[in-house]
Design a protein around this ligand. Structure first.
Ligand code: B12
Ligand code: SF4
Ligand code: SF4
Length: 276
C-alpha cells in the first residue's frame, strides 16, 4: 500500500473514532445495552470508478438495469471508497443466545448502527470536500431506490432485488471480500457487520482483488443453514430472498421501532474472519 493510501485510511479511521454514536446512549438503550459499543475499527477498500465490473452490474442476472455506475452518481468520479464496520464481539456473541429472537444488542447494531454508519459516511464526504474533491454517498442520495420483483412461485430465489447501488457489490470491486451462501459479503473481518461507500472525484490507487470468484471465501460448510430460523437457506439454492425478507419484515412488528435477524451471521465460521 502506498504511503498516501496509508495516510488516507489512518485519517478515515481517526474520523471513525471521533464520530459520535458508536456507543448506545442510556436514554435509548434496551435492557442491559447502555454503553454498548457496536463496531470495531473499519476496514477500507478502494476501486477505480471505471472498473468494468460496475458496467456488468447492470445485467439483469447480476443486479439489473437500475444500477447506476459511479460516473452516473457523480460526473467526473475517479474512485470508490468502500468500508466494512465489523460488529464487536459483544454484539456478535449476543445474537447466538436465542435461536429465533434477535438479541437487543443486534437490534441496536441494526438500527442505531446504521444511523452511526450514515453519520460516518457524511463525515467522510465532508473530509473529501474540505480537501477540494467532490463526493457522493449513494445510500444517502435522494436518487437511491430499490425495486423488489416477486418471481414465479417455486423459483428458488423467491425475489429479485434491483437496486440503484449495492454496498456489497461495491465492496466486492474494491477487494474487501466475496459473497457467500447467504448472499452476505465476507470481509477479512468476517460477515457480521455493515458496509458503506462513497464515490469521489479524487484519484486514489485502487486495491487489487485477492480473489477470483464471487464466492471464494465461503467454504459451504452449511452452518448458516441450521442457524436460519426461517429456513431460507439451502446448499443447492443459497438464500431465498422472499423468505428472508418476510422474516425480517415480521420482526418489524415484534421489535418495533427496531427490527433485524442476522442469525445466519452469528456463531458461524465466517462470522469474524475468512473461514479458510
Ligand atoms: C434489499 C436489502 C435486503 C433484502 C434483500 C437482500 C439482498 N441480498 O438483496 C432483505 C430484506 C432480504 C435483506 C436482509 C438482510 N440484510 Co440487507 N440489504 C438490502 C440492501 C438495502 C440492498 C441489497 C441489494 O442491493 N441487493 C441487490 C441484489 C442484486 O443482490 P443479490 O441478489 O444478493 O446479488 C447476487 C447477484 O449479484 C449474484 N451475482 C450473479 N452474477 C454475479 C457477478 C458478479 C461479478 C457479482 C459480484 C455478483 C453476481 O451474486 C450476489 C450474491 O448471491 C442492502 C444495502 C445496500 N444498499 O447495499 C442491505 C444489506 C445487503 N443488508 C445487510 C444485512 C446485514 C441484512 C440482514 C442480516 C438484516 C439484519 N441486519 O438483521 C438480512 C440478511 C442478509 C444476509 N443474509 O446477507 C447488509 C449486508 C452485510 C454483509 N455482511 O453482507 C447490507 C449491505 C446493508 C449494509 N449497509 O451493510 N436485506
Ligand atoms: S456459514 Fe459456512 S456456508 Fe454459510 S456463509 Fe458462512 S462459510 Fe458459507
Ligand atoms: S437474516 Fe435471518 S431469515 Fe434472513 S437468511 Fe439470515 S437467518 Fe435467515
Amino acid at each position: 500500500m502506498s504511503t498516501e493510501r496509508n495516510e488516507l485510511f489512518r485519517e478515515l479511521t481517526e474520523i471513525f473514532r471521533n464520530c459520535e454514536g458508536n456507543v448506545v446512549a442510556e436514554d435509548k438503550a434496551l435492557e442491559g445495552c447502555a454503553g454498548l459499543v457496536m463496531y470495531e475499527d473499519p476496514v477500507f477498500g478502494v476501486s477505480s470508478a471505471d472498473d468494468p465490473l460496475f458496467c456488468e452490474y447492470k445485467k439483469s442476472d447480476v443486479i439489473g438495469s437500475m444500477f447506476m455506475s459511479p460516473e452516473e452518481w457523480l460526473p467526473g468520479a475517479r474512485s470508490v471508497v468502500s468500508f466494512f464496520l465489523p460488529f464487536t464481539e459483544r454484539v456478535r456473541v449476543s445474537n447466538c443466545t436465542d435461536p429465533e429472537k434477535p438479541s437487543p444488542e443486534w437490534l441496536h447494531a441494526r438500527i442505531e448502527g446504521q444511523a452511526f454508519l450514515n453519520a460516518f459516511a457524511k463525515k467522510i464526504k465532508e473530509y473529501f470536500e474540505s480537501n477540494g474533491a467532490e463526493a457522493c454517498v449513494p445510500s444517502l442520495d435522494e436518487r437511491f431506490s430499490i425495486k423488489f420483483e416477486q418471481l414465479a412461485e417455486g423459483d428458488p430465489e423467491g425475489l429479485h432485488v434491483n437496486s440503484r447501488w449495492s454496498e456489497r457489490h461495491a465492496a466486492y470491486v474494491s477487494g474487501l471480500g466475496t459473497f457467500c451462501l447467504t448472499r452476505g459479503l465476507i470481509s477479512s473481518k468476517g460477515v457480521a457487520g455493515r458496509y458503506g461507500s462513497i464515490i469521489v472525484s479524487q484519484e486514489i490507487q485502487p486495491d487489487e482483488r485477492p480473489y477470483k470468484g464471487i464466492y471464494d471465501y465461503c467454504i459451504r460448510c452449511g452452518a448458516c443453514i441450521d442457524k436460519c430460523p426461517a429456513k431460507a437457506i439451502s446448499l443447492e439454492h443459497g438464500k431465498n430472498q422472499l423468505i428472508c425478507r418476510e422474516w425480517v419484515d415480521d420482526s418489524k412488528i415484534r421489535y418495533a421501532p427496531r427490527y433485524g435477524c442476522g442469525k445466519c451471521q452469528a456463531g458461524v465460521p465466517c462470522e469474524h474472519r475468512i473461514p479458510r
